[in-house]
Design a protein around this ligand. Sequence first.
Ligand code: ADP
Length: 424
Amino acid sequence: MRSSTLRWLVLLASILIMLIMGVQLFWLKIVYSFEQRTFNTNVVKSIRGLYEDLDIVDTHANHLQDLIEHPSTDYFVFRVENIFEEDSIASYLQHELNDFDVLTDVYVGFYHAGHTNYKRTIYIPTVATRYSRDVNNPNIFKRDYNYVLLFFPHRNRYVLAQMNFWFISSALLFIVLIGLAVILFFFYRQRFLAEVQKDFVNNFTHEFKTPLAVMKISAEVLLQDKITGQPERLKKYATIIESQTQHLQDQVERLLQIARSDRKDLPIQKKPVRIKDLIEQAVTKMQPLIDEKKAEVETPIDDDTNIELYVDRAHLELAVVNLLENALKFSVKPHIIINTGKEEGNIYISVKDNGIGIEKKYQKNLFKKFYRVPTGDVHNVKGFGLGLNFVKRIIDAHHGTIKINSLPGIGTEFRLILPATVNN
Ligand code: ADP
């Protein structure tokens, strides 16, 4: 499966997982409203039952509904004319509430028309009450008629407790979905690593195939019988083998160095270093490639620029070598300028080329391990995609930053910016 298809599938699966979670939350909300409505209906049914049990109003039964009010969520008020039967009202009410499955504590208040407080309040706990009785006194609702108040102090908790099954099933569903998301993440990462590995093996093969082929041809020439009579030719092919072996050896050494440094933090040994010397040394190291590419490399640093920094010389030099090597590799007729100077209290080292440039959308990935700007399956410029990652690690170890300035077809500038801890 191509990685872009895989990415879309993973995105789709993540959206589906979020959608299922959203739908589940929506259902929970619906169930909560339903449980609330059921509770209210059962309370009203209990009050109607009470009206039928006791002769506390004279009104015709058809209008019973008009005698019941629901002034706020936890409160119900129902009109009574005969309020002298407080204890029997409370006891019948308890039965009715039990019959209609309203199994939570209730405060019953008896109100006489026009008064500012209840004449009497009775707290009726449920048999196995789990909640504290220490609740606020019920609110008063001023009316010009007698009424009985029902206040359910733990109503909300009770309604939520009715939803236990839903909570448990939702929690299980969420756990399963989160588990799926984690599996998806690891699957995607595994696939990504597998692809990175595949790219690396491809690059590795390309990097080693050409020198090996050249060495094989040279060896075949050397094996010809007549070669002993042609010392010039013999020397030429032996030199080719020697230089290709050296190239392979260098590559292996670089890979090993990166692999070794990968396991732990870079061991940084800081010393005062003249940046101009460091740059010149890096250019000298790259001289064979500069000559091969017939490149023009300028270092317009005048001798007075005596910037001295407290850095790890070997590592920083390697960083400049890597940038210079890239500038040479990714330019057709390389014209490279390496410079240094001060910038907003920091010291910078810049390597600027006139090469193929890097599109903006690829720039953020450049420092990732094994990353190479995609060029289809064309491997005309060799490499492992490790150089810039290594440069970044070196600059990170010096608490610096890297800036890229690049335009496709025009060229690229990499700017290493280091804090000027020791300089003059
Ligand atoms: P490598 O050069 O081995 O491929 P690097 O990590 O050094 O790996 O670079 C990663 C990628 O960044 C390169 O493959 C190339 O696509 C791009 N790149 C780096 N430097 C330049 C440059 N100076 N000009 C154009 N592209 C560059």
